[in-house]
Design a protein around this ligand. Sequence first.
Ligand SMILES: CC(C)(COP(=O)([O-])OP(=O)([O-])OC[C@H]1O[C@@H](n2cnc3c(N)ncnc32)[C@H](O)[C@@H]1OP(=O)([O-])[O-])[C@@H](O)C(=O)NCCC(=O)NCCSC(=O)C[C@@](C)(O)CC(=O)[O-]
Ligand SMILES: NC(=O)C1=CN([C@@H]2O[C@H](COP(=O)(O)OP(=O)(O)OC[C@H]3O[C@@H](n4cnc5c(N)ncnc54)[C@H](OP(=O)(O)O)[C@@H]3O)[C@@H](O)[C@H]2O)C=CC1
Length: 414
Amino acid sequence: MTSRNDLSREKKELLEDVISGKVSFHKLDSMTDKKTAVMLRRFALEDGMDFNFDHIQNFSIDVEDASKRNIENMVGAIQIPLGIASSLKVNGEFAEGTFQIPLATTEGALVASVNRGCSVITKSGGANVRIFRDLMTRAPVFRLENVIRSKEFADWLQDPDVLSRMKAKASETTRFGELVDVQVFVTGNTVHVRFSYDTKDAMGMNMVTIATDAVLSLIKDEFGAIPVSLSGNMCTDKKPAAINSILGRGKTVVADVTIPAKLVEERLKCKPETMVEVNYRKNLLGSARAGSLGYNAHAANIIAAMYLACGQDPAHVVEGSSAITTMELAPYGDLYCSVTLPAMAIGTVGGGTNLGPQSDCLRLLGVKGSGNPPGSNSKKLAEIIACAVLAGELSLIGAQAAGHLARAHAELGR
Ligand SMILES: CC(C)(COP(=O)([O-])OP(=O)([O-])OC[C@H]1O[C@@H](n2cnc3c(N)ncnc32)[C@H](O)[C@@H]1OP(=O)([O-])[O-])[C@@H](O)C(=O)NCCC(=O)NCCSC(=O)C[C@@](C)(O)CC(=O)[O-]
Ligand SMILES: NC(=O)C1=CN([C@@H]2O[C@H](COP(=O)(O)OP(=O)(O)OC[C@H]3O[C@@H](n4cnc5c(N)ncnc54)[C@H](OP(=O)(O)O)[C@@H]3O)[C@@H](O)[C@H]2O)C=CC1
């Protein structure tokens, strides 16, 4: 590991310039190679501190690549422990087979819980999963003169000829993306236009932002409406919002499984009817009373841990976790359980999916990069994540039905 004393004279001078403020952190990238820039920023941070960074300099991420598309002013990397919930059987349209689930977390008991849920699902023949919608949204906002112009604008946007011209304009900016749908929301003289795109294997937020920007130029030229903002918050990106839960955003995915009563008793140590009761009073009534958008126990745990492991944008845990968990008694007293995830923003190309450790996890699931046909890899990933959420819900509701939650965390989490 290079220390500050090992630096060449030229680099020492550059470091002094950074420390004195003559050269700003981000200017370093154009004054030396990216790896040196990362190191000099770290040395500059250490200057005047009574400690050295012992950990953040240890990483295998390709600095050139990461500095180009993932991070500015890079100084190192944070490590999060990665665990595996093993052998989850998935009966999907894109994911068919048994998968090892990568979970990046610091919460003790989480991997154990999902592991237990996976074993219960797999012993029951696997989880069924289907994707009901797959469109990423961007919704600019316009200010019109008055409601008469708002109506003219809304009508114009919904004219089929205008829609085809907007589609053609969007397609000039991307090889894979496709504008599919336009929805208009009027509030007085304010008009929000929610554009929905098929983004294939990309999560798509850069793609749809660039495409929508091009569509805005067509709107300006042909209708004369000028946007107040390219994003008007009805997208809705990275904020809790009912619109995503109702209309969907990214992938809308539903998974379910029926667990034999005997297996519930053996593996989850409680009765199906107790789990149904906990789910009703906790996930449904409790969430309703709390005004929650998520009617589930801990979808966010699995979404966050898999997003981190697989190079997804962690801020999308917000919409990803607005899931609804249902449980009911099936014939013969078995347990039926489902999870509905209306808004999973995920991809297998672009964003953080190219980084080394994240690529390892995507390869483990057989979804790295572009699918054949395009779109099939990101759909496969969505199906696997939804089934892992189902596993997490089963195990945690089981633990709460059995009265084991506190004990589990006392044993595994502290
Ligand atoms: C912890 C368990 C699984 C014990 O569950 P158990 O049934 O008492 O343990 P067991 O020793 O009989 O093992 C059963 C199975 O669990 C798994 N398992 C068991 N131990 C391990 C381990 N060390 N490493 C990996 N896997 C483990 C494993 O699959 C094992 O089967 P085996 O392979 O032995 O045949 C269970 O009590 C449980 O799931 N508890 C719930 C814990 C949980 O879900 N925590 C998530 C975080 S909670 C939170 O953040 C949100 C919250 C709670 O605030 C939300 C809310 O409001 O509800
Ligand atoms: N701009 C914004 O407002 C926001 C950006 N983000 C960030 O956006 C990034 C993700 O954006 P995203 O657009 O997904 O990724 P990228 O910007 O990394 O672009 C991915 C590109 O990969 C190309 N591509 C290659 N193969 C495929 C394939 N099989 N399917 C689809 N595309 C393919 C496409 O190129 P082509 O288009 O030429 O076809 C696509 O645009 C993340 O880093 C996230 O953090 C997050 C939220 C908001």
